[in-house]
Design a protein around this ligand. Structure first.
Ligand code: AMP
Length: 946
């Protein structure tokens, strides 16, 4: 590119610079107006230009520079001869061409050479696209002073990570860019960059503060009409407030004038005018516009002109210029100059548009976006079509981030558009399904953080939410930090939803076997998880340890026969609830009973109020004999005509926490149908638990096969858990008995709403999940209480990795061991990073059943403690299940001591108030074998304090 340009330059040619993102047809219009000049473009555009324009084209890949003589012959050389025509947004609806003379470019080189600090050998970044005059500063000034131009490729211009690599690799010392770009680059990543010029838009105090520290930061100002830059001033290392744009450069004179063209005193804002050799010749073939903007200069010699910038500015007492704003509607969006009227003109050409107004809004500080407000033509429907229409006709930065459809435009009392009354666009209608995996949850958080919104749904589109090229860069670099993987900006354009990106970062295996109905063998084996429970039942004898109980007090007119029939329907629907596990040759298998073999599922009893509690205890403490008994029991205790207590107990072998949702829903649906006198009209389930069992074996493969998923994952865990403590040293009140009693003390755990909100914000900021924050806090507390520096904690993952499992009752939940390294006195931020890393790795290997890991990694069985970890942490984010029985009021009944399979078991649930964090609620259950009740309370308090 540079070679071609330089050749043309030397030959004294003229150029039209074209932003390659301008669609070809539109360039055609521009060129037809521009007349016979040359085109330099950085894209593949040149080849695709419409023919017959009579325009000699200099292609960037013209290594022989064969076109250079053509250029030279088109126009001669001389200070008054055009050097280039640069097109910029025009309020009349088409871009206007600024014709800049060769003399003005020579003036720029002379005045800005010293400011840029280019010299022989100095590496200067060429970042600006050739469609913008910033590129002239780089090319002309650097090459004229013998410097070295390091040209960023299109990919490097779109991805700050690649850009930083280029800067480091090529030893770039100087760069001239827009402040928006600096806002997304990490200064630590470009240590050698010692001098930075910024300009083109307002430099905020924040960005200035970050970049003026330890390097030379120069703020500059100038319009295309005065050849790139006419002021410059170094920003002091210690930034207080918005910096000035400095003072006039050597070849420029600046005036701040009132409406009578009289200078205003320092401190008073007026309109800014520029005079000097850098002034453009005018607008190409627009004498009207040229006359309006390039006016006679009352302060110069005869015939001298000055350019009316439309900017408002004031002088400081020490001769620096402060940028105040615009006198008209022109805006800068990410450094790009935009006349909203041009966008309006394009949108107005859409047949469905009646009225249209385009404004730049800054609803999130530092992120200015174009928003179009449209009143449709009579009954036209304007969907996404309008943005697509705009995207086909305008460069990316001029396409509105949002289109807001209004019934009418808001007007003030005197009939003018009331801009303040234009509503902020709604980007997030965070509908659709919630995140199903941690990767999805994290990507949603990164989206929300980058877009500056509270929540983003998994299926929402980054660009529809107002994402643009700069935010895309920020998103990509956040994903790099959070997942430690490279996601290209290109990938973001291909899949722009959290769901799609999560699949990419997690390297989802598309070729996975899908879950469908399977051919049943004579005996269906148990799933891995079931097999472990069955094994424990053999080891420990029947017990209530794995019961999942629900107890509800029901007040109101209950249709008892309908409820009984509903339970029959639910067992009919879910095979797993009518499965028993007989043994043949020492191996258990799943035997599904028919509804006829079952009899009535719901048992009904009548007792006095005083005896209810005991009965509930007895029922929830039932010891299932899995060989002959179905794993669901339901008892309805009548106390009064209109008062009942319903106790449902599901053995873990046939259910898990997540199953309670579909189970409750199905009971509710069936009851409603039975009350109406018919069977529920639901669609049969796509698969049953036995299908899952067979699928799981197929998916995981044979552990003996080294290429199987199972073997791979077991290998991962062997390494991940190598050397982990077999038993965590907890601050116990008494020694551990030889055999655990599985009794627990339960105390409430409550994190207040404002802390919850801050935890969520911290999670977003750090690119971790809320769970990871809680996990880090827990590891910290345990460590400080003497558990050492290597803290394994168990957690549950839903295990419903296929959509077909969504509505199924069954035991899918799997247990993962998350090991936190608390050594080396890390900050909490560092701890969060460690937690994220181990958690993500663990989640990628979540398929191997915990029970299998136990067999492989902890072969010495102890009845005293839980294998591999003793502290369990669960954060429930699924909706709390509820059984709806017509007009009957249902309230949960407490059912005494909870079985505790762990030394310490923490469960928390996120609550919300109006969609905002409403606090974390849950409990800590400490083993009675080890702790006094009060110790569990103290532990809970400490965790909440941390
Ligand atoms: P352009 O022709 O694209 O260079 O845009 C010129 C316009 O950008 C000026 O008229 C100003 O409105 C704005 N501008 C340029 N430099 C600065 C700056 N340092 N601070 C604030 N606004 C600036």
């Amino acid at each position: 590119v540079v070679v071609a340009l330089l050749g043309v330059w030397k030959a004294g040619g003229a150029y039209v610079f074209v932003d390659p993102s301008y669609p070809v047809e539109r360039v055609g219009v521009v060129l037809a107006e521009a007349g016979p000049v040359c085109v330099v473009t950085s894209g593949g555009l040149a080849g695709g230009l419409p023919g017959g324009l009579g325009v000699p084209v200099v292609c960037v890949d013209d290594p022989g520079m064969e076109s250079a003589p053509v250029v030279a012959s088109v126009v001669g050389a001389g200070p008054g001869v055009a050097a280039y025509v640069m097109f910029t947004s025009g309020s009349s609806g088409v871009p206007k061409g600024v014709v800049v003379s060769q003399g003005a470019v020579v003036g720029l080189v002379a005045a800005l050479g010293p400011v840029l600090g280019a010299g022989p050998g100095v590496g200067v970044l060429q970042f600006a696209s050739f469609g913008f005059d910033g590129s002239v500063l780089d090319v002309a000034v650097v090459l004229a002073s013998g410097g070295r131009l390091v040209v960023a490729s299109e990919a490097e211009r779109a991805d700050v990570g690649l850009l930083a690599d280029l800067v480091v690799r090529e030893g770039v010392e100087v760069a001239s860019v827009v402040p928006s770009l600096l806002g997304v680059v990490d200064p630590a990543g470009v240590p050698g960059l010692g001098r930075v010029l910024v300009g083109g838009e307002l430099l905020s105090a924040e960005v200035a503060g970050v970049w003026a520290d330890g390097r030379v930061l120069v703020n500059t100002y100038g319009p295309t009409e005065a050849t790139v830059m006419v002021t410059a001033g170094q920003v002091a290392g210690h930034v207080v407030g918005v910096p000035s744009v400095g003072g006039p450069v050597a070849n420029a004179r600046l005036y701040v004038l009132d409406r009578f063209l009289e200078p205003v005193p320092p401190g008073v804002a007026g309109e800014l005018y520029v005079a000097g050799v850098q002034l453009a010749r005018g607008y190409h073939q627009r004498p009207d516009l040229t006359g309006e903007r390039f006016v006679a200069c009352p302060f110069g010699g005869a015939g001298e002109r000055m350019y009316r910038t439309g900017d408002l500015a004031r002088w400081t007492a020490d001769g620096q210029l402060m940028f105040v704003g615009r006198a008209d509607d022109q805006v800068k969006v990410r450094g790009f100059r935009v006349e909203p009227a041009e966008v309006e003109a394009v949108l107005a050409a859409h047949p469905g548009v009646g009225q249209v107004v385009v404004v730049a809004r800054e609803d999130v500080p530092g992120d200015k976006r174009l928003v179009a407000y449209v009143v449709p033509e009579s009954d036209a429907v304007l969907g996404d079509g309008l943005r697509i229409f705009a995207a086909e006709r305008l460069p990316e930065y001029m396409v509105p981030s949002a289109v807001v459809v209004l019934d009418r435009l808001p007007l003030s009392v005197n009939g003018k558009l009331d801009r303040a009354a234009l509503p902020a666009p709604e980007y997030s209608s965070a509908g659709g399904r919630g995140p199903a995996t941690v990767a999805e949850e994290l990507v949603c958080q990164v989206f929300a953080d980058v877009l500056g919104v509270e929540r983003v749904g998994v299926e929402q589109d980054f660009f529809e939410l107002g994402g643009h090229s700069l935010l895309a860069m920020r998103l990509v670099s956040r994903l790099r930090v959070v997942f430690g993987v490279e996601v290209s900006v290109r990938a973001l354009f291909e899949v722009s939803t959290p769901a799609g990106l999560a699949a990419r970062v997690a390297g989802a295996d598309a070729a996975r076997v899908g879950l469908t109905r399977w051919e049943r063998p004579e005996r269906v084996p148990l799933s891995f998880a079931q097999r472990r429970l069955w094994f424990l039942a053999q080891l420990e004898g029947p017990s209530a340890t794995y019961n999942i109980p629900i107890a509800l007090r029901l007040e109101g007119a209950l249709d008892v026969p309908a409820l009984g029939a509903a339970f029959g329907d639910v067992l009919e629907r879910h095979e797993v609830l009518r499965t028993v596990f007989p043994v043949v040759d020492g191996e258990p298998y799943q035997q599904v009973l028919t509804a006829g073999e079952l009899g009535d599922v719901l048992r009904v009893a009548r007792v006095a109020e005083g005896e209810v509690a005991d009965l509930v205890m007895e029922e929830t403490g039932h010891r299932f004999d899995l060989g002959v008994e179905v794993p669901l029991r339901a008892l309805l205790v009548g106390i009064d005509e209109d008062v009942h207590v319903l106790v449902v107990v599901v053995h873990h072998v046939a259910g898990d926490g997540w199953s309670m949702g579909p189970l409750s829903r199905d009971i509710s649906v069936a009851y409603a149908a039975r009350c109406d006198g018919h069977a529920p009209g639901w669609e049969p389930l796509p698969v049953q638990y036995a299908d899952y069992t067979l699928w799981q074996r197929e998916l995981l493969g044979d552990e003996g096969d080294p290429d199987s998923v199972l073997a791979g994952q077991v290998g991962f865990w062997r390494e991940a858990l190598d050397g982990a403590p077999q038993e965590l040293a907890l601050p116990c009140d008494r020694p551990r008995p030889a055999m655990a009693s599985h009794q627990g003390h339960t105390v409430a755990l409550e994190v207040p709403a404002e802390v919850h909100a801050q935890l969520a914000a911290l999670a977003r900021e750090r690119g971790v999940t809320l769970f990871m924050v809680v996990q880090a806090a827990l590891a910290l507390v345990l460590s400080r209480l003497g558990a050492g520096e290597d803290i394994p904690v168990g957690t549950a993952v839903a295990g419903r990795t296929d959509q077909a499992l969504d509505d199924l009752v069954g035991f899918f939940v799997n247990t993962l061991v998350l090991r936190t390294d608390v050594s080396g006195d890390p900050t909490f931020g560092e701890l969060l990073e460690r937690v994220r890393e181990t958690s993500l790795a663990a989640l990628e290997h979540q398929e191997v059943p915990f029970e299998r890991l136990v067999e492989v990694l902890a072969p010495d069985r102890s009845l005293a403690r839980h294998p591999l970890f003793q502290v369990m942490l669960t954060l429930q984010n699924n909706a709390e299940p509820s059984i709806e029985l017509g007009g009957v009021r249902a309230v949960s009944v407490p059912f005494g001591q909870v079985a505790s399979r762990f030394d310490m078991n923490l469960t928390l649930r996120e609550t919300t108030i109006d969609g905002r964090p409403g606090g974390l609620r849950g409990s800590v259950t400490g083993s009675v074998d080890l702790f006094d009740g009060v110790s569990v309370e103290v532990f809970a308090e400490r965790l909440v304090r941390v």
